[in-house]
Design a binder for this molecule. Structure first.
Ligand code: UD1
Length: 365
């Protein structure tokens, strides 16, 4: 029986940890899983709502680190996590994604000689100004088992000199959560609550520091989006970082009176119900590029690069960058085209990745 500590820290981690935890619970003869929440995200809307929606139990251990600069946050997680690992002595620590909690916990384990499995390994934007890219490169370089979502990730790792036997292409565990909850999300009344009907609105999310921390970039994006919203109303659940920046730059006034509707961050099921009915999604999120690909919803990514090229090659994603003119042009082109592209779901984004992840852990133990 292997003891696995699953690390959940920030919003995009929860829907990746949930199906792996559930699968381990279904295999009690093989696994003893426990969930450690670092507390990187702590607002009810950014954390508890997801645990509830995903049917996860309360974390076994909560480190309660909260916000801070990258150095403060990472150091705090490491300091608080080390005694937990020493006390519980897991056989494996499983980290997901690319947030500060991912690298902080992996680094602690590598120094203590505890085996690390990294789920969503090998993704590369090749943009080192992006904090997540640093987290990805470092986490992969110290992980024992690199579990990948797409074959381009395998190639990235091999190009960096990672031995092939440490790389396992298992598919996309976030899609396990998506497929499991799609039907349940139909019970959400979010569309009715907002007064929108399927295919008659767009959904937008924006939270990357490169998009919202710089006043000129953020302002340019909003101006383009306000124009697009004249043709198709946009619903915009606002991340706390983005909300703070909007207030600081006075952009809440810019948006007031436009067809962009600002709402609070949504839970997992309400948000799924919302984006799954959208005519168009505009985002700088990584996960949403993948979720829209699986559902065949057109997605414009407001970034200059993506670590998820398979969503462009096979899926519905178009990289439009942050140039307001290009965003307007691409949004109009997307709205004008009615031709439904054949749905092409990337290999192993089939709802069964958590089973393969568990199999690989057993094989390695
Ligand atoms: C983090 C991740 C990012 C991920 C995003 C998803 C890193 C480096 N970044 O970015 O990869 O896409 O989560 O949301 O790990 N805040 C709250 N309440 C919360 C959490 C944060 O108000 O529950 C506010 C705080 O002011 C905080 C700011 O948001 O300073 C940023 O939070 P932080 O966790 O540092 O980074 P995110 O931008 O959320």
């Amino acid at each position: 029986m292997i003891k696995v500590m699953l690390i959940a820290g920030a919003r995009p981690n929860f829907m990746k940890v949930a199906p792996i935890y559930a699968e381990m619970k279904r295999r009690p003869g093989e696994f003893v899983p426990m969930i450690v929440h670092t507390g990187q995200h702590y607002d009810a809307a950014m954390s508890d709502a997801f645990f509830d929606d995903l049917g996860m139990p309360k974390p076994d251990i909560h480190l309660g680190v909260g916000s801070g600069s990258h150095a403060v946050q990472t150091a705090k997680i490491m300091t608080l996590f080390e005694p937990v690992v020493l006390e519980h002595k897991p056989d494996w620590v499983l980290v997901v994604g690319d947030v500060n909690s991912t690298i902080a916990c992996a680094l602690v384990c590598s120094k203590l000689g505890i085996k690390i499995a990294h789920v969503e390994a090998g993704l590369r934007s090749r943009d080192r100004a992006m904090p997540e890219e640093i987290n990805r490169i470092l986490t992969d370089s110290i992980s024992d088992l690199l579990l990948t979502t797409s074959q381009d990730a395998d190639e990235n790792l091999r190009a960096e000199g990672v031995p092939s036997e440490r790389i396992r292409f298992v598919g996309n565990v976030m899609i396990d959560s998506l497929l499991e909850h799609l039907k349940i999300a139909e019970n959400s009344t979010i569309r009715e609550d907002l007064g929108v009907s399927a295919r008659n609105y767009a959904v937008m999310t924006l939270h990357r520091p490169s998009n919202v921390d710089d006043k000129a970039t953020f302002g340019g994006l909003l101006e383009a989006l306000i124009e697009i919203a004249q043709e198709l109303p946009i619903v915009f659940p606002v991340h706390p970082r983005t909300r703070a920046k909007m207030e600081e730059f006075g952009f809440d006034k810019l948006v007031a009176g436009s067809n962009i509707r600002l709402i609070e961050p949504l839970g997992y099921l309400d948000f799924m119900r919302l984006y799954s009915g959208a005519r168009l999604v505009l985002t700088d999120s990584g996960g949403l590029q993948e979720e829209t690909t699986v559902l065949g919803i057109p997605c414009l990514t407001l970034r200059e690069n993506t670590e998820r090229p398979v969503t462009i090659e096979l899926g519905t994603n178009v990289l439009v960058g942050t140039d307001p003119q290009k965003i307007r042009r691409e949004a109009r082109a997307s709205l004008a085209s009615d031709t439904k592209r054949e749905l092409r779901v990337p290999p192993l984004w089939d709802g069964k990745a958590s089973g393969r992840i568990c199999d690989e852990l057993i094989r390695e133990s």
